[in-house]
Design a protein around this ligand. Structure first.
Ligand SMILES: Nc1ncnc2c1ncn2[C@@H]1O[C@H](COP(=O)(O)OP(=O)(O)OP(=O)(O)O)[C@@H](O)[C@H]1O
Ligand SMILES: [Mg+2]
Length: 141
């Protein structure tokens, strides 16, 4: 199953909707351990918020195949100039509005890396693509 969700830049009322929808779906399936659902949805939330606060907008897709989940986040720029630097804990370019809304600690990408089983990031001024993969494993028991 593949599903797609739009993510609108700067809209803090709708921010997190795509990840909530995914959470509802996973929680409704008794097959998934609670810890697994939590790490998938926390990572999804971080990636979704990044599109809201750092990009001009984009979308996510999720694909669920038994105990494998793949999330893809695409946006239309302006891109991450230095991915290695962006991955560092505490590094953030979040603006004041993002800070007022409680974001901008510079932890999101690092959290996504820790929570997921595989993360790949591609970015150019035309946009950023995060591919995030999860597999039910020992840490979910
Ligand atoms: N989709 C994106 N487009 C452009 N830049 C991004 C994107 N995602 C992340 N970044 C850049 O990488 C930096 C680090 O992202 P990260 O998610 O780790 O922290 P943050 O979003 O600034 O704060 P937090 O996630 O803790 O609220 C951001 O401040 C921003 O400069
Ligand atoms: Mg973030």
């Amino acid at each position: 199953m593949v599903k797609e969700h739009q993510i609108i830049a700067g809209n803090f009322d709708l921010a997190g909707r795509a990840s909530s929808d995914l959470k509802r779906l996973l929680k409704g399936d008794a097959h998934y351990p609670r810890r697994f659902v939590n790490r998938v949805c926390s990572a999804s939330y971080e990636a979704e918020i990044n599109i809201v606060i750092h990009s001009v907008g984009g979308y996510m897709t999720y694909e669920i195949v038994e105990d494998l989940i793949e999330l893809n986040f695409y946006d239309d720029g302006p891109g991450i100039i230095d991915i290695e630097l962006a991955m560092k804990k505490g590094y953030s370019t979040a603006n004041q509005i993002a800070h007022i809304n409680g974001f901008g600690a510079g932890m999101g990408l690092n959290n996504i890396k820790e929570l997921s089983d595989r993360l790949t990031i591609h970015s150019s001024p035309r946009g950023t693509h995060l591919k995030i993969q999860f597999k039910v494993g020992e840490r979910d028991a």
